[in-house]
Structure formats: C-alpha cells, structure tokens
Design a protein. Structure first.
Length: 188
C-alpha cells in the first residue's frame, strides 16, 4: 500500500512537471503569425507608400495640371497600386485573428483603388461630380485604413508586439511596419 502511494505520488508529481513544461514551452501561434504578417507587409506596403506619395505630390503641386495627374495615374500610380494589391492578396496569414486584420487592410486597399480609378475617370470625362465621388471614396478608404490600424494595434498589443513608426495607413500616410519589435521574438 505504501509502495502504491509512493508510485501514485511520483506519477502525480511527474505529470505536474510535464504539464508545467508543456505550458511554459507553449508558443503563441497568433503572435508568431502576426510577426510574420508584419514582416511580409513591410515590403508590400512600400508599394502603397510609393503610389500614394506620388499621387499626393501630383495633387499637392501648384504646377501640376489634370493632364499631368492623368499621365501619372496611368503610367505609374495605378500600376504600382495594382502591384501592391496583388502582393497584399498573396500574403497568407495562418490564424483567423491575423486573417481578419489582413481582410481589413484589403478592404481599405480596394476602396483606395476604386478612388484612384474614379479620379482617372473624372479627369478623362472632365466631370467635377465624379471628382467629388472620388473624394468620398478616398475618405471611405481612410476610414477603412483607420479601422485596420486600430485592429492591428489591438492584436499586436494583445500579443505583446510593439509597432513602431505607425501611420494611418490611409491615402496620405501608411503604416510602416518595417521597424517592428517583439519582446519574445529574439528569445524564440
């Protein structure tokens, strides 16, 4: 009987140790996936930044006219933005939480693409009403990118990832995730 009690005690202690080791060694799949997503997105978002900066430079330039903007839209802004969307769609998060964040980004990117195309159509048609529609689409895209950034920040905070050099992700700014840090990433 004493022998059985000792065996039972040893078994319970060993099971407890094994459970503790399993819990301590448990990885955070969402954190790992989010870190991978942010790393991939750093390169992808450079395309968005390039396209939007060129657009903003054309629109903000006192010397630029609508034909110069149209040429820039056709020659570089829209093709660069299309490449951005293609690469964005190729990013494939593994967890549902990170997929949700990516979906929010895709929604904003698609709306912004709609806005760029609407600006192009408005210039081609010399239609100021269409330009107003394009402005509304730009505002919607900015709102969607703000929601994306809020969702991204919440998920990063929840999983102890610090985002550095954050922006709105919208038409005038992009989230720069090239400088991201994680307290545990280096340790893993």
């Amino acid at each position: 009987m004493i022998r059985t009690s000792k065996k039972l005690a040893v078994t319970v202690v060993l099971a407890g140790i094994m459970l503790c080791m399993a819990a301590c060694g448990k990885k955070d799949a969402v954190k790992d996936d989010l870190y991978s997503y942010l790393t991939e997105m750093a390169e992808v978002q450079e395309l968005q930044k390039t396209a939007i900066n060129e657009y903003n430079n054309c629109v903000g330039s006192p010397e630029a006219d609508s034909q110069q903007l149209l040429a820039a839209l056709n020659d570089s802004i829209i093709p660069t933005y299309e490449e951005y969307i293609t690469k964005l769609n190729a990013v494939a998060p593994e967890t549902e939480e990170v997929q949700s964040v990516k979906t929010a980004c895709v929604d904003g990117a698609n709306k912004q693409m709609d806005a760029l195309n609407k600006v192009k159509e408005a210039i081609e048609a010399c239609d100021t009403d269409m330009l107003s529609e394009a402005d509304a689409l730009i505002s919607e895209a900015e709102g969607l990118f703000d929601a994306y950034e809020t969702q991204l920040e919440a998920l990063a905070s929840e999983h102890e990832i610090t985002l550095v050099n954050q922006g709105s992700g919208g038409a005038a700014d992009t989230t720069d995730v090239s400088d991201i840090s994680s307290e545990e990433t280096e340790a893993e």
